[in-house]
Design a protein around this ligand. Structure first.
Ligand SMILES: C[S@@+](CC[C@H](N)C(=O)[O-])C[C@H]1O[C@@H](n2cnc3c(N)ncnc32)[C@H](O)[C@@H]1O
Length: 334
């Protein structure tokens, strides 16, 4: 690696030595908070108890209000802010309610820990575990909020495109985040964006937002929208030069392999499929907790893809996800 000729480059340990100091100070401060603060008698126990239960109660009431009535208002309010700041912005339909569940879980865990520590100090190990859980929830919330950013990069740079005129399938396009990113790398190529448009976690299932986002991106002429199920694609064999899909095939339950088989069918021989999914690991543990253990592993994805008729060309880690580049072998044509 070479630095810019006029830029002095600090090398080795010096560059990050302050991080060690910050880390050690953080660990010490955290331990003081965890071990010493609950023992403080200066702070009235009843005051802590009052605070703990009221924080839990307040969160429960606000969350319920939000889910039942306030959701639309909050969305309108945050959208109004977006528009004022950025002019016409893309909207991929991730409502704030779906993305802040982990922050709410963190607050509830913390409040419950306070309440336990004061009311039932003998159960301090439970309070300790709740504080740990709160830390994990908070980390997960940071990961989830990065997904909400409209400038979140959704596709890794891989060898997917065959020519300037490719026709590429976006399988499970949602409100169009992937289609828009893909169009930027496709030159004059075209995209068919397919989805069932019934996901509860995307506002309006994404259909209207997709049309609006494509219009804002100036892509209406290059992207065709098609409502269909990925396990029974309404296209003839060998229709597409390539395909992409981000965060979709892990939603197909026990029909994942069938979904992959369908992509093999509609690809031309030699055509490639770039798929990104969440797989078990530390990042996903923060996001989905024990549920992350039930995510399909990389090894199972590879095995399924191979059974479906693909060969694995490339794979890697990307923005908390795992991506794999699959190819329909030319021999499969015969
Ligand atoms: C998490 S979203 C991802 C959307 C988009 N690819 C992105 O990264 O922003 C998953 C999408 O997959 C779609 N989907 C899930 N199962 C499907 C199926 N069987 N057929 C078609 N679409 C499906 C959902 O409707 C949803 O839009």
């Amino acid at each position: 690696m070479h630095g810019h000729p006029h830029t002095p480059v600090k090398r080795g340990r010096n560059l990050h030595s302050h991080m060690w100091i910050m880390g050690l100070v953080g660990i010490a401060a955290g331990l003081v908070l965890l071990i010493y603060v609950p023992k403080l008698t200066l702070v009235s126990k009843s005051l802590l108890l009052f605070a703990g239960f009221h924080v839990v109660g307040g969160i429960v009431v606000l969350s319920s209000l939000y889910v039942t009535t306030l959701r639309g208002l909050v969305r309108r309010w945050t959208k109004a802010g977006d528009r004022a700041e950025q002019g016409e912005a893309f909207d991929f339909g991730w409502g704030p309610g779906w993305m802040n569940g982990l922050a709410i879980a963190a607050l509830v865990s913390l409040a419950a820990a306070v309440a336990i520590e004061v009311a039932l100090p003998g159960l301090w190990p439970a309070a300790f575990l709740l504080v740990m859980a709160a830390a994990v929830f908070l980390a997960g919330n940071f990961v989830m909020s990065s997904f909400r950013r409209p400038d979140h990069v959704v596709l890794p740079m891989v060898d997917l495109v065959r020519g300037d005129q490719d026709l590429v399938l976006d399988a499970g396009c949602g409100a169009g985040r992937t289609s828009i990113a893909l169009a930027r790398g496709l030159r004059a190529g075209r995209i068919v964006a397919v989805d069932r448009f019934d996901a509860g976690y995307i506002d309006d299932g994404g259909r209207k937002l997709l049309a609006r986002n494509l219009r804002l991106a100036g892509l209406t002429d290059r992207v065709t929208i098609e409502a269909a199920d990925l396990t029974a694609l309404p296209f003839p064999e060998g229709r597409f030069d390539g395909a992409v899909s981000t965060h979709v095939y892990d939603h197909l339950g026990d029909r994942k392999e069938q979904g992959l088989r369908e992509v093999v069918r509609v690809l031309k021989p030699g055509g490639r499929f770039l798929m990104a999914v969440w797989v078990p690991g530390w990042t996903m543990f923060t996001v989905a907790n024990v549920l992350s253990f039930f995510l399909t592993s990389k090894a199972s994805w590879r095995a399924m893809a191979e059974r479906a008729g693909f060969k694995v060309v490339d794979e890697g880690a990307f923005n908390h996800a795992w991506f794999v580049l699959l190819e329909k072998p030319i021999a499969a044509e015969a």
